[in-house]
Ligand binder design. Structure first.
Ligand SMILES: Cc1ncc(COP(=O)(O)O)c(C=O)c1O
Length: 473
């Protein structure tokens, strides 16, 4: 029997409510079943004859029961987490209205909303006449930055193609791996991504950049662009953008800033200086699905000189079935590499209307205060040690014990046990040769008491492993 629309939506709403409220109930963070046993036991097959809408509720229950609860305070693994209700509402309505962002004709109010956000985010990074587009994430934002650098350096290369084998892009040694992916896509190749050495805190060293530029030229390479990182993935380090911008200008290079993780610092009067000089850059990518806690995906690419992005995305008049308007700025498909594009702007706009700039600033300051608190707790504990200086909300630390033979194995095992028991999820990363636990403050459901429980659990497992005790069943 098919459910009527009202009952169906009520049933879905009940599940949503339960999911939201479950964040405060005791229970596992991730399913206990292994992937192999899920593969064996869950009925996920696609039927020849459909089951009808009756199956939907059961299928959704199965899905919810076997998913990681990313809205719980114990979820602190990636650079995103938590669940904000206004943004969730925007996401649901965006899916329901199913507009595509290529023309204003098909997405009138969504176009205005996206333009409003792009304009405001440009103002915040100091691009007074900037433009941009929503992308599928920071990785593609970085790729757009590199493509715009190519189009600027070789005008028309969008049409003629180019040989990238002698081009070089300069990034911090701790930059995100998406720059490698982009180098492949744009035809430069991994080997021409030059990784510039960092200082002891993980920031790109301008003096080493100068050396690498000179060396690359001696080798016959043509420098194309510098990618600075504002908030590195592991340590949360901010490259010295102001100095890097001066070098880029002097050397005639494009400066792209990967602010996927750290972009939100611009809201905070206390922390905006982390990105000092960003207004001198040429392009910026900024993920709202990270620090701004909007559901995945929500990411913007911002550019100071809109004309370069327009040239890059120019498809002449091939798409006569879509683009009729002369008002190019209003048909956002002229500024995107995508054709159909989902409306990622609505959820961010709804959330921003609720919080205002002031609310974002409070959020950033609160996460930083919580990270300070966590760092202080680590410093006070005899069995814990910080593994890197903190600039952002990344807290890189490890458990330590004089009796431990191999701290790397020990910390990897601690993380494994946390996941096995379903209590906490935290990232395992490397700094140099050391395995560390990287906790990030980004999930707004995290509290001081959940942070304390987390450290207690890390120490509990560390002590047990050192005493030779097996993981609890
Ligand atoms: C510094 C940095 N840049 C870019 C990215 C890629 O962003 P996305 O996952 O949105 O593609 C990440 C992802 O964590 C990141 O940490």
């Amino acid at each position: 029997m098919d459910l009527d629309a009202a009952t169906f939506i009520d049933e879905i709403a009940a599940r949503l409510l339960d999911h939201v409220q479950a964040k405060d109930r005791p229970g596992r963070l991730s399913p206990s079943a292994s992937l192999a046993s899920m593969r064996r036991t869950l009925d996920l097959g696609l039927p020849l004859e459909g089951f009808g809408t009756d199956s939907v509720l059961d299928d959704l229950d199965t899905y919810l029961a076997n998913s990681v609860k990313t809205n719980r305070p114990e979820f602190m693994n990636p650079l995103w987490g938590g669940l904000s209700l206004p943004a969730l509402a925007g996401e649901i309505i965006a899916a329901a209205t199913n507009n595509s962002m290529y023309t204003y004709e098909l997405s009138p109010v969504a176009t205005l909303i996206e333009q409003t956000l792009i304009k405001r985010m440009n103002e915040l990074v100091g691009f007074s006449d900037g433009f941009g587009t929503f992308t599928t994430g920071g990785s593609n934002g970085n790729m757009l930055g590199m493509l715009c650098a190519r189009e600027k350096h070789l005008p028309g290369s969008t049409k003629t193609g180019f040989d990238g084998r002698n081009m070089a892009v300069f990034v911090s040694a701790e930059a995100h791996y998406s720059v490698l992916m982009s180098s492949n896509v744009i035809g430069i190749g991994h080997q021409n991504i030059i990784k510039v050495a960092c200082d002891e805190h993980g920031r790109m060293r301008p003096d080493r950049l100068m050396e690498e530029l000179e060396f690359a030229r001696q080798e016959g390479l043509v420098p194309l662009c510098i990618v600075a990182t504002a908030g590195t993935t592991v340590r949360g380090a901010f490259d010295p953008i102001d100095e890097l911008a001066d070098i880029a200008h002097r050397e005639g290079l494009w400066l792209h800033v990967d602010a996927a993780w750290g972009g939100a610092c611009v809201f905070s009067t206390t922390h905006a200086s982390l990105m000092a000089g960003v207004e001198k850059a040429d392009s910026v990518c900024w993920d709202a699905h990270k620090m701004m806690s909007v559901p995945l995906m929500c990411s913007v690419f911002l550019i100071k000189e809109p004309e370069v992005l327009r040239r890059l995305c120019d498809h002449v008049s091939v798409a006569h079935y879509l683009f009729h308007s002369e008002a190019a700025l209003d048909d956002l498909g002229r500024y995107s590499l995508q054709c159909a594009r989902r409306n990622d702007a609505l959820k961010l706009w709804i959330e921003w209307r609720v919080r205002g700039d002031a609310g974002w600033a409070t959020m950033v300051d609160q996460h930083m205060a919580d990270a300070d608190h966590l760092q202080a707790s680590i410093n006070e504990h005899p069995s814990l040690e910080m593994m890197s200086e903190r600039m952002w909300t990344n807290v890189c630390f490890r458990y330590t014990n004089p009796e431990a033979e191999d701290l790397n194995k020990l910390n990897a095992e601690i993380r494994h046990r946390l996941i096995q028991e379903g209590s906490f999820m935290v990232s395992r990363s490397n700094i140099g040769e050391d395995v560390i636990l990287r906790m990030v403050l980004v999930n707004q459901n995290v509290t001081r008491s959940s942070l304390k429980r987390f450290l207690d659990r890390v120490v509990h497992h560390g002590d047990e492993i050192c005493r030779g005790l097996p993981a609890e069943a």
